[in-house]
Design a protein. Structure first.
Length: 293
């Protein structure tokens, strides 16, 4: 019997990992999660710890391009070693899932159940130009989770749903807050999707990694987060502020801290044309590092 597999896609910071964390908390099924992260620091993988999850992280690239061979190896290894009830593949926010969908057709032992795309309602209103990667992610979805609907007006939600419906007429659009959606609902969808990979013109994202063993001043960090350069679209990681650990999430100008065990600070900053701000931004990071008491 083939194991059902779900692809979770969505642009940077849309709420993909939050969805997986929600699934892990609510399900009693044995789930294997394959993740692909942007950058050298495995942030998301560290936030997914549960008795039902056997996880392999694929770091440093795009699942749909350079890692398709590794993806097949990971899936076969998971099936042989763990025999999960379900497999979930979370793509990096700059991945286009069409090539992965095609690749899965040749992997024995799994059947693509559905493609779930998490859409950030707040970011879409702030940046209505979706871009090629975001467009492909939406086009290839069976389920569109319109997430962060608590951060926009009701009239804006209707506007976004109309926009998504014009891009993908077949997908079901579901409103969510904090990516709250259960596994069984996802598994009730059955995709017959077949696609040919498009010519990839990825949104050219760059990243800056910051690691510090110091206990950074919380006040200084909050001032730093409030003055993030426009070049930075997404940032995520762990921070140790005045001796207390937090999970830091930043998307399109909004950020939050969630208490989380962290002995040191590890953050990935993702954006465009970061070379233009690297010197100035590096100075801000050094100042942040020196703010430790």
């Amino acid at each position: 019997m083939k194991i059902p597999l779900v692809i979770v896609t969505g642009y940077l910071g849309s709420g993909k990992t939050t969805l997986l964390r929600s699934i892990l908390q609510d399900t009693v099924k044995k789930i294997a999660i394959i993740m692909n992260e942007f950058g050298d620091i495995g942030i998301d993988g560290k936030t997914l710890k549960g008795k039902n999850a056997d996880m392999i992280e694929l770091s440093g690239g795009c699942v749909c391009c350079s890692l398709t061979g590794e993806l097949e190896h990971a899936i076969n290894e998971i099936i042989g070693k763990y025999k999960p009830d379900y497999i979930i593949v979370e793509t990096t926010g700059v991945a286009e899932p069409d090539a992965m969908i095609t690749n899965l057709e040749s992997i024995e032992g799994v059947k693509l159940n559905s493609v779930v795309c998490v859409v950030d309602a707040y970011a879409m209103m702030k940046y209505p130009n979706i871009g090629h990667t975001g467009l492909v992610q939406i086009e290839n979805a069976d389920i569109l989770l319109l997430n962060k609907t608590d951060l926009v007006k009701i009239s804006e939600i209707s506007e976004l749903e109309k926009m998504l419906g014009e891009i993908n007429k077949e997908a079901e659009i579901i409103r969510t807050v904090k990516s709250s959606f259960d596994l069984e609902s996802i598994m009730n969808f059955h995709s017959n999707k077949k696609t040919e990979p498009s010519d990839h013109t990825h949104d050219e994202m760059e990243f800056i990694a910051f690691v510090s063993k110091n206990k950074i001043s919380k006040k200084a960090f909050e001032e730093f987060a409030n003055s993030m350069p426009e070049n930075i679209y997404r940032a995520k990681g762990f921070v140790n502020l005045d001796g207390i650990g937090y999970l830091f999430n930043y998307v399109a100008g909004k950020w939050d801290l969630e208490k989380f065990e962290a002995e040191k600070t590890e953050i990935i900053f993702i954006g465009k044309e970061l070379g233009n701000i690297k010197k100035e931004f590096g100075g801000k990071l050094n100042a942040l590092n020196k703010s430790a008491k």
